[in-house]
Design a binder for this molecule. Structure first.
Ligand code: FAD
Length: 449
């Protein structure tokens, strides 16, 4: 470690890795990020990510203040309702969410592409694209060297695995730590928002995020994403002067092709999908989604028919197995690389952001001489492992994300569906239960433990 503090090597320019890089940069520390993808736009999984208050807190802590403001401005219009509907578009529950008045304590929706462009802003000299990590070596002098597929290498004082669910760093460092198939597959689609497609969606669903509990074990999510810029990338009329100025100054808008759209994701147990589903793309994938949703309301089917086939994406859901504690060293992990979770509670990215903020704080303490770097890593891991794996367990218990869920079983599936719909229905109709549901939603999304 030099007099200026440690040099940190981060593998993976995803949500967590980039947030960490900002945090370290903001603290005046030296960091390099290595990403296997070759451009700023490659390899995105799904289209929307919900940022909870804990995710926003981490972003505010790590990003330069103006970039955090840019993140807020580039989020989609915040959902006003959390709705539960049937596959026939019958609303069985609707909860009004809190108004979007606070930059942090708000539930936000952001397009993955936009979030990536925000997080890459200002890190152009730190992120190295086209560098696929293959292995590392820990040396006796306390340094660690990362090797890449192109034959190059990089040496630093700490190596951080931020390389996602199938982490190559984890495979070498913690070969006993496993991530397993949760038994469900999602097909994510994106439909351009036009007058016609908007009219297909009832008003309350247009203004919210809607969970579809379909008969026969077919689930879905519908969410209209509307941004402050139009289809030409020009700022929409009515956007305030301060937001307009921020967006005009932000170079990321030039790289971001995101436009107003409708996200429609359908999912079910893996056994319902053709064996080659993960290799299918475009129209072939949309056909599978259409086939599985034959009994859905004609308006939902019309939406699927209008999706951009190039946007259709299959996602196999994984979940990390609990891992026994290990001896801390100059290699550590964050986000999906250690605690990948099902999307059931929508907190995987938020937990990766929380890890990034916590690890930044610990590395800063080491850099200022308060503790050794390995002690900082140990203190980070002692806090991260319990909350990270708590989120993994809760996400797996959430309705319909595990292939073992009763919803997917032949006979009791109907009872489970009835039970789930009634639970939300009763909770939304009884004022005390409704208040408790919304309070719990925000308490959970604050992920305080
Ligand atoms: C359908 C779906 C919906 C979701 N919705 C939400 C949501 O609403 N809210 C939420 O909080 N979370 C959500 N998640 C989870 C969230 O996307 C992840 O938890 C989050 O992206 C994890 O961030 P990360 O930084 O750990 O990994 P990632 O963002 O996956 O980044 C990993 C990076 O490492 C790179 N990489 C991988 N291997 C190598 C290598 N060998 N060398 C170099 N680079 C490498 C990858 O290319 C990638 O850029 C969802 C997940 C899915 C599947």
């Amino acid at each position: 470690m030099s007099a200026k503090g440690p040099h940190v090597l981060v593998i993976g320019a995803g949500t967590g890795g980039l947030c960490l890089a900002h945090g370290l940069r903001r603290a005046g520390l030296s960091v390099s990020v290595y990403e296997r993808h070759t451009t700023r736009a490659d390899g995105l999984l799904g289209y929307r990510v919900g940022i909870s208050p804990s995710g926003s807190r981490a972003l505010r802590e790590c990003l330069p203040p103006e970039l955090f403001d840019t993140f807020v401005v580039t989020c989609a219009r915040a959902p006003r309702y959390f709705n539960v509907i049937t596959e026939r578009l019958r609303q069985t529950a609707s909860f009004e969410l809190r108004p979007d008045t606070d930059p942090v304590d708000t539930e936000r929706s952001v397009a993955r592409m936009t979030l990536r462009q925000v997080l890459l802003t200002g890190l152009e000299d730190v992120v190295h694209f086209g560098r696929t990590f293959t292995r590392y070596e820990q040396r006796d002098d306390g340094t660690v060297t990362a090797h890449f597929a192109d034959g190059s290498s990089a040496t630093g004082d700490l190596l951080v695995a931020a390389d996602g669910t199938h982490s190559a760093v984890r495979r070498q460092y913690l070969p006993h730590a496993a991530s397993r198939d949760a038994g469900t597959i999602n097909i994510a689609t994106r439909i351009p928002l036009t007058e016609h497609t908007r009219e297909l969606i009832p008003q309350r669903l247009q203004q919210g995020i809607s969970l579809i509990f379909g008969a026969g074990g077919m689930m879905g999510v519908l969410h209209v994403m509307e941004f402050k810029w139009d289809r030409h990338g020009e700022i929409k009329p009515g956007v305030g002067a301060a937001d307009t100025a921020l967006l005009r100054r932000w170079p990321g808008l030039r790289h971001d092709t995101t436009r107003d759209n409708i996200n429609l994701i359908v999912w079910s147990a893996t056994r319902r999908f053709p064996a080659d589903i993960m290799r299918r793309r475009g129209g072939e994938l949309v056909e599978v989604a259409q086939e599985l949703t034959r009994g859905w309301h004609p308006r939902l089917r019309e939406l699927l028919a209008r999706c951009d086939p190039g946007s259709a994406l299959p996602v196999k859901v994984s979940t990390a197995e609990p891992v026994a504690p290990w001896k801390s060293s100059t290699v550590t992990l964050l986000g999906d690389a250690i605690h990948s979770m099902t999307p059931g509670r929508g907190v995987g990215a938020n937990t990766a952001l929380r890890d990034a903020a916590l690890l930044t704080r610990q590395i800063r303490l080491a850099a200022s001489g308060d503790k050794t770097l390995v002690q900082a890593v140990a203190d980070y891991e002692a806090e991260m492992i319990p909350y990270g794996f708590a989120r993994v367990a809760e996400s797996l218990r959430s309705s319909g994300t595990s292939g073992d869920d009763a919803l997917y079983r032949p006979v009791i599936g109907r009872l489970a569906l009835l039970g789930a719909r009634s639970y939300f229905g009763v909770s939304s109709r009884v004022p005390a239960l409704r208040r408790r549901f919304v309070d719990d939603f925000y308490t959970y999304r604050g992920e305080a433990d």
